[in-house]
Design a protein around this ligand. Structure first.
Ligand code: RB5
Length: 360
């Protein structure tokens, strides 16, 4: 097992001594993330470095030591996927593994001596996670973490109150087709309003009735909306009202019933693809199959700047797009729990296409 260890100045001495003790274990490979001398350091810097590495790899664990163990645990627990437990005795060390499956423990260099610290770390490393009801509780924490995640790499949740309010109405199964369709459009345009914040602008001089004024207008080639058929059409018109000069590209994809692979049957894009920004529109990012395929197609035609705009995303779909297209930004109004066996987002809002077009 790989154990990453880090400290600030308050935990430096204990870290150095613990390294010697842990070197006696053959099943542990220690990686020291600093600090490397007794200079003053800010514990969040070390906590984030260790925590981010541990969060990426289930085979890694971390030990973080500051003066009290408190700052390190507070900082490490800010990192998604980290379950950091501050331990001051072997009982807590045992429970941290058995019940909490803690992937990091934090210690106070001014709280525990080397003997107790060694016992704590060994107990934590040697106690297996019990699973069962404890897993159920950890799932609740993971679900909360997932649904409240706002930004991660190229993934963004736009949780503006107006968007969230409208989203709660369209989730309601009693909302009818007309209202549903209008609200999907409103949400899409509010989202695009936020997403286009960083469009580049250039200076222009206009004559007001009073005299000349220096103003700013959007520069560059017109951006392109790519609605994924058919539900994406429900977002297009209202976004066009916001950006009337946007171009609309169409990509038709169907799933081959034998191979289950996506097959392109139609593709019409504006010229100068390389210089334009593309917005793939689809209310639901479920498996991520269509959105990822649309991005692949756009790239084949030379597109370099692609964003996906969806109303609700499932973690499975986000993961798929991120794996295939780490450069494509994903914007959603909500990240839901998971996909059910039929590929529907849970809790989601049902079939967006059917609800927009009243086909069910
Ligand atoms: C540093 O003096 C001290 O605040 C730090 O080591 C830690 O105890 C913070 O929680």
């Amino acid at each position: 097992m790989i154990v990453l260890i880090g400290s600030d100045h308050g935990g430096f001495e204990l870290k150095e001594r613990l390294k010697v003790e842990l070197a006696k274990r053959e099943d542990v490979e220690i990686k020291d993330f600093g600090i490397y001398s007794l200079e003053t350091a800010d514990y969040p810097d070390i906590a984030f470095k260790v925590a981010e590495e541990v969060a990426k790899d289930p085979n890694k664990r971390g030990i973080l030591i500051c003066g009290s163990g408190l700052g390190m645990s507070i900082a490490a627990n800010k990192v998604n996927g980290i379950y950091a437990a501050r331990c001051t005795d072997t009982y807590c060390a045992k429970v941290a593994s058995k019940d909490n499956n803690a992937n990091i423990i934090t210690l106070g260099g001014r709280v525990v001596g080397i003997e107790l610290a060694t016992d704590i770390v060994n107990t934590w490393l040697d106690t297996p996670f019990e699973g069962g009801r404890h897993q159920r509780r950890l799932n609740k924490i993971a679900n909360y973490e997932r649904s409240h995640k706002i930004e991660e790499g190229n993934f963004h949740i736009i949780n503006h109150p107006l968007i969230q309010h409208k989203l709660s109405i369209i989730r309601d199964k009693n909302t009818g087709t007309k209202e549903f369709r209008e609200l999907v459009g409103e949400i899409a345009s509010l989202m695009v309003y936020e997403i286009t914040r960083d469009l580049s602008t250039e200076e222009r001089e206009v004559e007001t009735p009073i005299g000349p004024a220096k103003t700013r207008v959007i520069s560059g080639k017109k951006l392109v909306l790519i609605p994924i058929l058919r539900a994406g059409l429900g977002m297009t018109e209202s976004v066009l009202r916001l950006i009337p000069n946007a171009r609309v590209g169409h990509i038709g994809i169907y799933r081959d019933p034998k191979t289950l692979q996506p097959v392109e049957y139609y593709c019409k894009l504006p010229p100068d693809v390389e210089e334009r920004e593309f917005f793939i529109l689809d209310p639901m990012l479920a498996t991520g199959g269509s959105a990822a395929y649309a991005a692949t197609l756009l790239k084949k035609h030379g597109a370099k700047n692609i964003k996906i705009v969806c109303v609700i995303a499932a973690p499975e779909g986000v993961k798929k797009v991120q794996e295939i297209h780490p450069d494509v930004e994903i914007f959603t109004a909500a990240l839901d729990s998971h996909l059910n066996d039929h590929g529907y987002i849970v809790p989601g809002l049902g079939d967006a296409g059917d609800r927009i077009f009243g086909t069910k």
